[in-house]
Write a protein that binds this ligand. Structure first.
Ligand SMILES: O=C(O)c1cc(=O)[nH]c(=O)n1[C@@H]1O[C@H](COP(=O)(O)O)[C@@H](O)[C@H]1O
Length: 308
């Protein structure tokens, strides 16, 4: 799957991920009205609205982008119906040739991680039959339980040719509270980065490992250090746009080959029509506003890379 991600990035010349994080308050009224007419103001109605919203955004952007990252919490809040919308979104994006990064941030004791890995990346055995339940291409995982929480995910990735993005340094304001703590003079996030590089060696594609890392766009100096600590790991970089990250901050997350990083924007793309810059599209043409925001993001990052 890492090869497919790289080839999609090369084909689109767009090292970006569109984050499919639908919230009801971003969804234009006409989309909600239609869904509520059919299903009422119910969890099912909400799930239908987020699915229709996602579908329009994907239809308007899929030819420009290599990958999407649905964040499961946005679906889970609507219970079973939301989870069905998550699965429909995963399948639809895959049918459009996109790589799907399930932003599920799992990680637990070994046996529980194994079940998470089976459900999201692997196959579950039911009697004589096997099923791929969610079947994303990559999943985000939390390494702070230690190696035995990560190994079951790696095993499934090896079998299924899938991949991981392991949280190393997160984009949020208080990420330093624990992640920046010094241990024998070294920050914890750097130790985790070294571990990701080690795990990555066991799981190599052609040039890059299918064990990647998550490093927030909001910490560019740390990104520069971590790039060197994990030279063969793809870095998923969230925090662009709504959290303040800009193209110029991101150049050091990339390797000299122009590869090695993929930058996520969620609200900045899917709710672009709400920004003044894209207001001319109006809520009616929210998908076109998202397309314009994708084009601007790609230009911003590629220009920054050219100027470095
Ligand atoms: O794993 C992630 O994707 C992630 C890690 C991190 O450090 N920071 C972070 O924002 N994210 C996710 O990236 C997305 C960012 O959304 P926007 O701020 O709207 O672009 C959300 O889905 C977050 O859950």
């Amino acid at each position: 799957m890492i090869q497919k991600l790289i080839s999609n990035i090369q084909k689109t010349k767009a090292p970006i991920v569109v984050g499919l994080d639908p919230m009801l308050n971003y969804i234009p009224q006409q989309v909600k009205d239609k869904a509520f007419q059919e299903f009422g103001e119910t969890l099912e109605g909400a799930a239908e609205a987020i699915w229709q919203y996602n579908k329009e955004i994907v239809d308007c952007t899929y030819d420009l982008i290599p990958a999407v990252k649905p964040q499961i919490a946005m679906y889970e809040q609507f219970g079973i119906e939301g989870m069905k919308a998550f699965k429909k979104t995963v399948d639809y994006c895959k049918s459009k040739g996109l790589v799907v990064i399930g932003d599920v941030k799992r990680g637990d004791i070994g046996s529980t991680s194994a079940a998470y890995a089976t459900g999201h990346l692997g196959k579950v055995q039911v009697g004589s039959k096997t099923y791929s339940a969610f079947d994303e291409d990559f999943a985000t995982v939390n390494p702070y339980l230690g190696s035995d929480g990560i190994k079951p995910f790696m095993e499934v990735c090896k079998e299924e040719k899938k991949g991981l993005f392991i949280l190393v340094k997160t984009s949020n304001p208080s990420s330093g509270e624990f992640q920046d703590q010094l241990i024998n003079g070294k920050p914890l996030y750097e130790m985790v980065g070294e571990k990701v590089a080690q795990w990555g060696e066991e799981c190599m594609g052609d040039q890059y490992s299918y064990i990647g890392a998550v490093v927030g766009a909001t910490y560019p100096e740390m990104g520069k250090v971590l790039r060197k600590v994990m030279p063969k790991s793809y870095i998923l970089v969230p925090g662009y746009g709504a959290q303040g990250g800009k193209g110029a901050d991101l150049v050091h997350f990339f390797n000299e080959d122009g590869l090695g990083a993929i930058v996520n924007s969620s609200r900045g793309i899917i709710a672009a029509y709400k920004q003044e810059k894209y207001a001319k599209y109006g809520a009616e043409h929210f998908g076109e506003a998202s397309r314009a925001a994708v084009e601007d993001m790609v230009t911003d990052i590629n220009q920054a890379l050219e100027n470095r």
